[in-house]
Design a protein around this ligand. Structure first.
Ligand code: SF4
Ligand code: SF4
Length: 472
């Protein structure tokens, strides 16, 4: 099979030979400082890099150049995303699953784990609990099981979630992370007004993929890898890709991830909306030590920096799988969205204590959402609960156009301030509110456009008086 980024066949756009050739090229040129400087110069234009160029940067271990890579990633992050971090929470709907994924406790053969699926009443209770924390944006998660969790069930859950308006709360954007499906099903998800459709590839290495997914529909590499094309054909503009780092060699996954982004851009005119960077974690029946490709915190951060440089316009997501220390470093290097106060079990938000028996993975950051918000502000970031874009029809290429021209900043920054204000009034602890109000005061002054600044001030007053949900 030949490499063809425009092909609709998985093995052609994620071509094993091309990846191996890329890794050889990267290894041969990792000390070629002239080439590395040329690549860094190109990256400074903020137009991104292709998978070969980015792979050379990832392979480079020259101390000075590695520092240049980190500095540039940090600068690009500042230029495109400012100091804002968007917050979200996962909501686990069901852990019934017919797949045999070796790295996930929900795999069919795991008899230790209690199986649970939320009823619509339970969904409503979970959403109420999430709204009481202050969340506005959810990522719903479910195992694959056409009998227990058919698409109709997912659609019912979406309807329930959007319908719950508890006190001043509302879930304004639902991202959906469910198994690969048909164009028709994607169309139905689009019609249900979802935000991003998220599907992790887990590993792009076909042989490893098939070994790690021995049974169930997910075993089909092509069906899974071509899912984003079907999603886009079904009218979903924003898709989120990712790999589970630690399953196969990180450099292989890194090159393939970027090839996937290049393929989506070449075929659909718009690359992935987000890239997630999860790592294999401990869970019931799962020991990360069984996967011998685990990577150091340092390499993990370098991957994030190289992704930031290679695809400046793509949001990057990190979950509570990571410790606060790693989250702090990686946020600086390019992450734009993080989860906060997460419970990775079915029904977890309604329990007093974080339940462990149905968790998909061990959470390393156990702080509450308010603690995360407080920590972000102390570290110099603006926590944002913004969900404006898809609600304003800014999706797919319309979003990318604004993003590439830098105009999106005019929306993100004021929206962050207004949604933070809502959070401070409705949910924050006194100390968080104090820090947050001072931060908003300071940030208003940095809104460049006078008219926008005036409008934001007026809207902040209206929020203080009880109105909600303003957006640019
Ligand atoms: S990773 Fe997803 S598909 Fe695989 S066993 Fe877990 S829930 Fe099922
Ligand atoms: S304005 Fe759009 S891109 Fe910016 S934070 Fe809000 S939803 Fe995200």
């Amino acid at each position: 099979m030949n490499y063809d980024m425009r092909s609709m066949r998985a093995e052609e756009f994620i071509n094993d030979e091309e990846i191996r050739e890329t890794l050889r090229y990267a290894s041969d040129h990792k000390d070629d400082l002239k080439l590395i400087d040329k690549i860094l110069e190109k990256a400074k234009m903020r137009k991104g890099l292709n998978h070969r160029e980015a792979s050379v940067l990832l392979a480079c271990d020259n101390e000075i150049r590695v520092k240049d890579i980190y500095d540039l990633a940090e600068q690009i992050k500042k230029d495109f995303y400012g100091n804002r971090i968007v917050l979200f929470a996962p909501l686990y709907l069901s852990n019934y699953c017919i797949n045999g994924c070796l790295y996930c406790p929900y795999h069919l053969k795991n008899k230790n784990i209690p199986r649970r699926k939320l009823t619509q009443e339970e969904v409503a209770r979970e959403v109420t609990a999430l709204q009481d924390m202050g969340h506005k944006r959810l990522a719903i998660e479910s195992g694959e099981d056409p009998v227990n969790n058919p698409l109709e069930y997912i659609l019912d859950c979406i309807k329930t979630i959007y319908s719950i308006k508890h006190k001043n709360g509302a879930i304004r954007r639902i991202n959906v992370n469910i198994a690969a499906t048909t164009v028709d099903d994607y169309r139905r998800l689009r019609d249900a007004a979802i935000g991003t459709y998220i599907l992790f590839q887990e590993t792009y290495n076909k042989t490893e993929y098939e070994r790690l997914h021995p049974t169930g529909p997910k075993h089909d590499y092509a069906w899974h890898t071509e899912a984003m094309d079907r999603a886009m054909e079904g009218g979903i503009d924003d898709v989120g890709i990712g790999v589970l780092f630690g399953l196969d060699n990180y450099d292989y996954e890194f090159a393939a991830l970027l090839m996937h982004a290049e393929h989506l851009e070449a075929v659909h005119g718009v690359g992935p909306h987000t890239i997630s960077v999860p790592r294999v974690k401990k869970a019931d029946d799962i020991d990360p030590g069984d996967f011998d490709n685990s990577l150091s915190d340092e390499m993990f951060c370098k991957i994030a920096a190289c992704i930031r440089i290679a695809v400046p316009y793509t949001g990057m997501i990190i979950s509570t799988r990571e410790t606060p220390k790693v989250r702090e470093k990686i946020i600086r290097l390019g992450v734009s969205q993080i989860s906060g106060g997460s419970r990775t079990s079915v029904g977890g938000y309604c329990e007093e204590e974080r339940p462990h028996d149905t968790e998909q993975f061990d959470v390393s950051d156990n702080r509450t959402l308010d603690e995360v918000v407080n920590w972000l502000m102390r570290a110099g970031y603006i926590p944002s609960f913004c969900t404006a874009c898809y609600r304003e029809g800014r999706t797919g290429d319309r979003f990318m156009e604004l993003c590439k021209s830098g105009q999106i900043q005019n929306c993100c920054h004021p929206n962050a301030l207004m949604t933070l204000k809502e959070y401070l009034i409705d949910y924050a602890a006194p100390d968080t509110a104090k820090i947050g109000n001072a931060l908003i005061e300071k940030e208003i002054g940095s809104i460049p456009n006078e008219q926008v600044r005036k409008t934001v001030c007026q809207r902040l007053e209206k929020i203080a008086a009880g109105e909600r949900d303003f957006r640019f």
